[in-house]
Design a protein around this ligand. Structure first.
Ligand SMILES: [Zn+2]
Ligand SMILES: [Zn+2]
Length: 691
């Protein structure tokens, strides 16, 4: 090697952006290496993994001497240009370092192996499947499904003829309308053409179900999953199979959007509206948005599936940039449940000292279901027994000493638990302030609702599914199995139960207290509530035999609210039109681009001081023209685990203008930080979900 001219290589290494070191660094090596090659390089006193990149190293500041590449892991084929451009784009858009992002989205195990270990792992992988056995018989498609697949095919062909990328396709259908069957057929033609399909789902819990369906449909094909629930060895194995092109189907959660797929032919994003597709730490990317970008760049079709599309997606349909493929019938003749709004304001007041969990009419409907041997689902998006304990004598409340939040009363283990920082204590016997023995829970969570139901429906088997009852491996699956086996008459649950699980015997779904989202300061709360209720309603009436009797009950103090009116008609389009009109008037997404700069510190003054200085720096830049900078404010829960949080919103009608400002401005914040002692961290969130 030594007699060759040393070549200068640009290597992406995992240094956070906005530190003193760049993210693309120069190294030398005895020969050229193709971009995308995995290497080990010295960085400071350590040896770190890196990827050879095809752009020059960051100009400044550069280390004084260029060091040599320590090891080349060339048993691994280089990551291809498509993958690198995805990483380049995501790093720039979400304002992270290229190396930081590139290495963070590789399987952690890959970064730890040396060349020998890697070669051994590669040798142990199964070969690609030979000719796949004949596919099992497939269910007949209904007209809408056929039309959707024909539209997909037509779009792919006309895009190819015009030399452009196919437009993203929104598969718009309620629960049970057969979206998965469309995915399966679309994947089938892609596989037949020798290409790979990528299917993204919002939650790990939903992968086994879908994986089983794909595996049954494509026997002999290599199918792998990618999500954070895999062991490091499994994740590496699955990733390698995808990267080598041997896995034909890759199914996974948001991190799978970064899978290396040399023969990508189709991208599917199921439940595309789901907030889980947004990463909430590190590089805060949206896997849905990156999936659309990736498909566009590689000119492959992307199918976005939802009953309640994100308003961003819906607006693009309105603008003609995405095409909508409707699935309006439920398979097997099921119908959407009849929606019944209970006006809580018109009920007689409960007697003194009593409280009403359920309206009498809803209770009667539950009794009917019980008598018929049918199941009911009660949705209450608040776990624990009561959100707060209160002393009537001195007004003490069960606040968290470390957070600006109440601690939740959990009756089962007699604890007060903070859902933000986890701080847990035994429930005091008396008021810690005044000694009053009569401290009482205020409000109601799932635990209390289940207890009340046991009293209201004697003899009924009450089940509960929330983050408390499903802690621990396999617990959720167990709880769900009990519901499927008919061991539960009435199921109480948080939004966890509304997602994806197929409960065939449920004929009544009730939202016990959904009003809070109507008046939330979070502008996306109504959108999420509508999606949740549509999804929960979709749990009922999937079987034609039961569809006629299926109902969705909503207990509300605001029965006239347009959200409920649209829900009662299962009219997503009307709801979306109303919300989009409000968003347009308020200059909110999708009519404006947003970014949040967050700062965490020991005191609110420090956090606010840093943000204010950052804002002054931004305002002085020419790129600030056309971008509105809002003053620093605390988020709804300002203090968590003794850390004070503040945030500052940036808004622009132009995404490009906002991006230009972020790119020009953020590097200067590293230097700015030094002047603010007590600042713990800062981060930027592009396209934040909540503000
Ligand atoms: Zn007291
Ligand atoms: Zn706390």
């Amino acid at each position: 090697v030594s007699d060759l001219t040393p070549e200068l290589l640009s290597v992406a290494v995992e240094t956070p952006r906005h530190t003193a070191v760049g993210t693309l660094l120069d190294y030398h090596h005895g020969q050229r290496l193709p971009a995308g090659t995995l290497v080990q390089v010295p960085l400071g006193r350590r040896e770190v993994p890196g990827l050879v990149w095809d752009r020059p190293a960051d100009p400044a500041p550069r280390p004084a001497t260029v060091r040599a590449v320590a090891q080349v892991l060339d048993a691994l084929p280089p990551l291809d240009a498509d993958w690198r451009s995805l990483v380049d784009f995501a790093a720039a858009y979400y304002q992270r370092g290229v190396g930081e992002l590139a290495l963070a989205v590789l399987p952690p195990e890959l970064r730890r192996l040396d060349a020998t270990q890697l070669a051994r792992r590669l040798g142990r992988l199964p070969a690609a499947a030979d000719a796949a056995p004949a596919a099992p018989p497939r269910p007949l498609l209904n007209e809408e499904q056929q039309a959707a697949l024909q539209a997909l095919q037509a779009e792919v062909e006309s895009a190819a003829a015009a030399g452009r990328a196919p437009a993203p396709l929104l598969l718009h259908g309620v629960t049970g309308s057969g979206k998965t069957e469309v995915y399966l057929h679309a994947a089938e033609s892609v596989l037949a053409a020798g290409r790979q399909a990528l299917v993204l789902v919002p939650e790990i819990n939903l992968t086994p179900q879908l994986e089983a369906r794909f595996a049954a449909r494509f026997p002999g094909r290599v199918l792998v999953s990618l999500h954070s629930g895999l062991t490091p060895a499994q994740r590496l194995r699955h990733w390698l199979l995808a990267h080598l092109g041997r896995a034909e189907l890759v199914l996974g959660t948001r991190l799978a959007v970064f899978a290396s797929l040399p023969r990508l032919g189709l991208v599917v994003v199921d439940e595309e509206h789901d907030p889980s597709f947004k990463q909430q730490e590190g590089a805060r990317y949206s896997a849905r948005d990156l999936a659309v970008w990736r498909a566009h760049r590689q000119r492959v079709p992307v199918l976005l599936g939802s009953a309640t599309p994100a308003l961003e997606t819906w607006q693009r349909v309105q603008e003609g940039r995405y095409r909508r493929l409707p699935l309006e019938q439920r398979i097997g003749g099921g119908a959407m449940p009849r929606v019944r709004l209970v006006d809580m304001g018109r009920l007689p007041r409960p007697g003194p000292g009593q409280e009403r969990a359920l309206a009498p009419a809803l209770l009667a409907a539950l009794h009917e279901r019980l008598a018929r041997g049918e199941q009911s689902l009660l949705l209450l998006n608040r776990r624990g027994y009561a959100p707060v304990l209160h002393c009537g004598a001195c007004s003490w409340k069960s606040g968290c000493p470390h957070c600006s939040a109440w601690r939740v009363f959990h009756k089962g283990d007699r604890t007060l638990r903070c859902h933000h920082c986890g701080f847990t204590e035994r429930v005091p016997r008396a008021c810690p302030e005044c000694g009053n023995l009569d401290i009482a829970p205020v409000g109601r969570g799932t635990e209390k609702l289940a207890e009340q139901l046991a009293q209201l429906l004697p003899g009924a088997r009450i089940g509960r599914i929330d983050a408390d009852t499903t802690r621990g491996v396999g617990r959720l699956a167990q709880e769900l199995a009990a519901v499927h086996a008919g061991e539960v008459d009435v199921l109480v649950g948080t939004q966890m139960v509304a997602k994806g699980h197929d409960f065939r015997r449920i004929t009544l779904v009730a939202a016990v207290n959904p009003d809070a989202a109507l008046f939330s300061s979070d502008f996306r709360a109504p959108e999420r509530l509508f999606a949740l209720l549509m999804q929960a309603g979709g749990r009922a009436g999937r079987d034609a035999a039961q569809a006629a009797a299926s109902e969705m009950w909503i207990q509300t103090w605001h029965p006239q609210h347009p959200l409920f009116a649209a829900l009662a008609r299962h009219d997503y389009a009307a709801f979306a039109a109303q919300q989009l009109a409000e968003r347009r008037a308020a200059g909110m997404p999708p009519f404006a681009a947003l970014a949040l700069l967050r700062a965490d510190a020991r005191t609110p003054e420090t956090a606010a001081g840093f943000l204010q200085a950052a804002q002054d720096a931004a305002a002085a830049l020419p790129e600030a023209a056309g971008v509105t900078l809002y003053p620093p404010v605390p988020p709804p829960v300002a203090r968590v685990a003794d850390v004070e949080r503040m945030q500052m919103l940036l808004e622009s009608p132009s995404r490009a203008a906002l991006q230009r400002l972020l790119t020009a401005w953020l590097p200067s914040l590293h230097a700015l930080r030094a002047g603010h002692k007590g600042l713990l961290r800062w981060a930027v969130d592009v396209d934040p979900l909540a503000i």
